[in-house]
Ligand binder design. Structure first.
Ligand code: HEC
Ligand code: HEC
Length: 454
């Protein structure tokens, strides 16, 4: 204890003694005289003095403990805190940790809007939606007349995916990427794993012309297939006006309008956010808190759980893409982990380009994610819990399960030649289960029923 602290302690004790003396004097002279029956007997005086004295002693005790706590040598207290394995050096690759939102701007959880935003030049109408649905299910839009959009995006079955690692197109050809679900794609500001398409209208023109997926020679060839089919004349008139020419652009517009109706605002999570306190299980609620505190929300944010979506809005704001510093894309994997090799995560660099050392990808939505495995751009991971571990380690520098690099570590930056401390989130296996449970609360009730009925 330093001389200065000792001085404080002595002054404290002196103040307590002085205070106690004044109180005792007051009891004797004033209270006893003024307080009727109690004060008359010496027993009464004793009771009063003891009661007041106890208060003074309790106060002094608190003061002593406080002084002791603040003056104990640091080493005695730090083991009680979270600095574990403090001396390990973090490799430079841990430097990509995203910023976790600060406490003074609380994260606002949002339910999914009940309608998807549509662009001014392609308003959603029931007629266009009906036409779009017909086109979505039409295998004639593929060269071999046996693959439709629905072949890879099984909307009727509930999931909107093909449940394969990578997709199978015409003549059994296998593509290189996993099919994302079309459910809630209407809320994404950019589409495809690498975010290369800016709208559903633009996206819908991709698969018909993709040589692996549907293999049509040109947009005109697609439009001709539609013109050749008499079943389309009436729906086209209704959707675009009498005798409106059937064009590839309009085919894409109708499909996009249909996709804007493929939304799922009916998940337990949505019911919870709208006020049904019992919609989430305790495990899901714990997972929700971990999803925030671990930092998943720094990327999977807003109502569609994707920083790349239209719906990170406060109530009443007009639909607008969220401006993030680097657009809607993130490096993945952000850190070197054993998962990179195990799941072949850097063979495909996405938007990162051929010479990049790792991939750059659009942040996917996590809605209905429990139904849409296998996971990641290459469909390499089967279990949701495993994706949570991969995300936590490679996107947030967290330590997971049996990973030995626990807790806070020392980070060496070669560029600045500086050492700093890094607090890494630590997730137990139970935490991982809880986060996965929370992700399951993003499954639409209606889709869950469809899948169960299959
Ligand atoms: C052979 C399987 C296959 C067919 C057929 C197919 N898709 Fe896809 N779809 C995929 C795959 C794989 C991706 C991801 C490709 C990528 O990111 O590079 C994808 C991506 C998408 C996306 C983007 C979703 C998102 O979250 O970014 C939409 C929307 C979509 N497809 C709609 C359609 C429509 C509409 C059709 C029909 C015109 C169609 N797909 C035909 C396999 C298919
Ligand atoms: C730094 C941004 C970032 C953070 C933080 C992040 N993710 Fe991701 N997440 C991504 C990107 C990018 C992908 C797409 C990866 C790919 O291309 O394979 C993804 C993919 C996923 C997927 C797979 C989706 C699918 O359909 O295959 C899940 C599940 C997921 N993240 C959950 C989480 C959880 C849980 C956390 C927190 C522990 C988290 N993410 C933190 C960016 C992030």
């Amino acid at each position: 204890m330093s001389a200065e602290n000792l001085g404080f302690l002595l002054i404290g004790i002196a103040a307590v003694i002085l205070g106690a003396t004044i109180i005792v004097m007051l009891v004797r002279s004033e209270l006893a005289a003024a307080s009727g029956n109690v004060g008359k007997s010496s027993g009464g005086k004793l009771v009063l003095a003891v009661a007041l004295g106890m208060g003074v002693i309790a106060f002094s005790f608190k003061l002593a403990v406080f002084t002791l706590m603040t003056t104990l040598p640091r080493q005695t207290i730090t083991p009680l805190m979270v600095e574990r394995h403090f001396a390990e050096i973090v490799p430079a690759s841990w430097s990509t940790m995203p910023e976790i939102p600060q406490k003074d701007e609380p994260y606002v959880w949002q339910a999914l809007p009940l309608a998807a935003p549509a662009p001014a030049d392609n308003p959603t109408t029931p007629e266009k939606v009906a036409l779009g649905r017909q086109l979505f299910y039409d295998a004639n839009l593929s060269q071999t007349r046996d693959v439709s959009c629905a072949s890879c995006h099984d909307v009727d079955g509930g999931t909107g995916v093909d449940s394969r690692r990578t997709s199978k197109g015409i003549r059994g050809q296998m593509g290189g990427r996993n099919a994302p679900t079309v459910w809630n794609a209407a809320f994404q500001a950019v589409l495809f794993w690498d975010g290369r398409s800016p709208s559903l209208e633009d996206q819908a023109k991709g698969p018909p012309l993709n040589p692996i997926e549907m293999g049509m020679a040109s947009g005109e060839a697609v439009a001709q297939r539609v013109r050749d089919d008499a079943a389309y004349r009436q729906p086209f008139d209704r959707a675009f006006g009498k005798n409106a020419p059937i064009t590839f652009d309009r085919v894409a517009q109708a499909i996009a309008a249909y996709e804007r109706t493929l939304i799922t605002p009916d998940a337990p999570y949505d019911r919870f956010v709208r006020g049904d306190r019992l919609a989430l299980t305790p495990a899901q609620l714990r997972g929700m808190a971990l999803f925030q505190s671990t930092g998943c929300i720094s990327c999977h944010s807003g109502a569609n759980f994707s920083g790349a979506s239209f719906v990170n809005l406060k109530d009443g704001d007009p639909p607008a893409a969220v401006a993030t510093d680097n657009g809607h894309l993130r490096m993945f994997p952000g850190n070197d982990t054993p998962y990179v090799q195990r799941y072949n995560l850097v063979a495909d660099k996405g938007a990162g380009g051929r010479d990049a050392d790792r991939g750059v990808w659009r942040i996917p939505s996590l809605r209905n994610v429990a139904l849409t495995g296998p996971y990641l751009h290459n469909g390499s991971v089967d279990k949701l819990e495993e994706v949570v571990r991969i995300m936590a380690m490679s996107q947030l520098g967290a330590s997971v399960g049996t990973d030995t690099h626990q807790g806070r570590m020392v980070f060496w930056s070669q560029d600045d030649r500086s050492v700093s401390k890094v607090d890494r989130p630590v997730l137990s296996d139970g935490d991982v289960q809880d986060i996965a449970a929370f992700l399951k609360s993003l499954t639409s009730d209606a889709l869950a029923k469809k899948v169960a009925a299959r």
